[in-house]
Design a protein around this ligand. Sequence first.
Ligand code: ADP
Ligand code: ZN
Length: 797
Amino acid sequence: MAAVIDVYLPIPAWRPYSYAVPETGLPDEPQGCRVVVPVRRGWKVGVCCGVRNADPPEDVAPAREFLDRRPAIPCDLWDLGMWMSSYYMCPPGITFTTMLPGPCRPRMSAVLEPRPALASRADTVPAELKAVVELLSHGPVLRNRLERLMGVPDVERLVRWLIEQDLASWKVKVGPEPASKQMAIATLVEAPDPVRVTAAGQRILEALRASGGRLPVAELVVRARVGRSVVATLERAGLVVVEHTMEPAPSLRDSVGPPLSLTPAQRGAVDAVSEAVRNRVFQSFLLHGVTGSGKTEVYLTAAAEAIAQGQSVVCLVPEIALTAQMLARFRGRFGDRVVLVHSGLRPGERLAAWARSTVPGSLVIGPRSAVFAPVSNLGLIVVDEEHDASYKQERDPRYNGRDVAIMRAHHASCPALLGSATPSLETYQHCLSGKHLMLELPDRVDGWAMPAVSIVDMRAEPKVHGPRVFSSLLRRRMEEVIGRGEQVLLLLNRRGYARSVQCADCGFIPQCPDCDIALTFHRRDYRYVCHYCDYAEPAHDACPSCQGHRLGFGSLGTERVDEELRSLFPDKRTLRMDRDTTRSRGAHVRIIDAMEREEASVLVGTQMIAKGLDLPKVTLVGVVNADTPLQFPDFRAGERAFQLLAQVAGRAGRSAAGGEVVLQSFLVDYPALLAAARHDYQAFAREELLQRREAGYPPFASLVRLEVRGRVGDAVDAHANAIAAGLRAVRPGQGGRYLGPAPPLLPRLRGLHRRQLLVFHRARSRLHAWVRDALSRAGEHHEGTRLVVDVDPLETA
Ligand code: ADP
Ligand code: ZN
């Protein structure tokens, strides 16, 4: 009997596929090694799950080669991957592929190689193969090239004779590794004489001037809202020079400094975590500290303890935009032990970082995927801002980095330290039930006060045409703060959605009577619809609450805010931080850096600026539209609103200079808003948990979202209805229910129709069993549709 290797492939299949051992042999420890295997007309990289004695299946070619000598997925991560696959209901091959950094999945191409015998037998080949032999006489040929040159769709058939005669063979070429990309940087050349330049060109020159004369082209074209050709035109005119360089990723200066002497609250927290580190026991902690209470110092000190024991540390941060300041602080303390891993790195840098993280005593820092870093001897996992939505991956496997971190710590027998000023209600409930241990930092360090918050009732502001931007209070405060040479942070929430409705006079938002979520407007049939349960009512012309006629879908544009700022402070510099301005490599670092250097007075941004920024010169935070998150049709709308407002408020007053917050709102008596204004997490959580319990929402029930997508509406409906029938056919037991099928927030997305079901159960294991059973009753294969299974969804829209 021969040996067979079993391989999980990155395809939607749950079982491993079997192959004969490759000619190049086996690594010492095959499980977790990447291996190239033949799949139909090409090759795929799979992950080997084992070797056994058996005859290989007849119809399959041997695996081509192993890409690793040592497992890319070491055995602790293997177990984690198998757990994820089952928990998130995502096939193992796709799960394991996600756990490896992108550049570990090399591009592969097929090559036809001449065999030694070909040269001597060249004149025996059939006429139609002469051209192929001629090509091969110069060396191996890529299949794509061969196809092009021969002009036949199926070269495999054509050359079969050569293969059978052992005159040529197919090989797979792995890689090359994607080349490191160079970055194009534009530099301004001040022309001695005025030159005529188009309006678009003017915008480029202005953008360059505004940022010190030098910017990456990728960022420049976004800022100036022009195409690249405009830059090229200016280059030809000699007004701009473009160079291509291999600049290292920009980063902030390391904040070097000795460990601070801890406050008593910090000391208590560190002691609890350090004890678990020393004893090598699993324990999950929630470090619940108000913004500015010194949570980072606790992470640093606990990490130092683990490193002193020769262990490694993984620290998750929500977004690349936030890694910059955290990285600077970790580097300042731990120097070269710190390894940054994130997808913004170039492929070569990413692979190098991945390799460096295996060095014992490393400190790996990065966004959610860093939870898979192959560190050895893990001693502590930190999850900063554990409530953050960016920990959830919105494609398969739809895992939550925070929860995977807890499971990884559990497997590794080490503590997991979650930190937040505004914990998710799931995490908070786990503290109340004793699953997590809560460590509290109730005050800001150095006795700095929490900033005072004013809520401005926008209903009372003088009415103007179009959406109002700044209330008179916010305008006055900005003038004062900027006049004193301090800085302002302005939150402009764009999460608002065109279908959500709010009365511009009284702030009323129509709600579903059953689901307690905002209804959405469907223009076609002029109705308000609940996308959880499909409840609908005719759209009103007048606001049911105040009888006004200004029910609208208002969402303020960034342009309006920019415009207004420019007219208020014509000689001050304003920076913007949002998706558009942070697209290019290192853009967020440059923006934060410019704020730290006080080159700008105002930073306007979306949610991005609400998190983690520590800018001592910011003494005023303004929230232009505090209600927007509440309009979002999701049972977490209140939680999101509270977190956002409390977090952004926490950006003010991070120094002895103090700070102030102005929230502009139509819903001035909404509990989440009031609690945020008082910095009162407990009050918010108490109220919100009561409502969740009553409505049977998480954390009092586990939730799986099932979404069917497809091009044909009827097929989508049929599949969704089959799943609903499957759910009805099984008795879920006490505490199980489902909502839908209903159209989600965007019933059509990129040409695909969508229907969703929300399945709840009080018992997690019952929920999984119920869903699995229902899905198998509904049948695996439905023509023309695709099923998305989202376990613990954060977005239920
Ligand atoms: P959080 O993450 O809780 O919002 P940070 O960790 O950013 O708070 O700390 C806020 C500020 O307080 C930082 O500038 C930090 O250097 C400072 N700080 C933290 N701990 C101490 C301490 N024990 N003594 C003095 N300053 C501290
Ligand atoms: Zn409803």
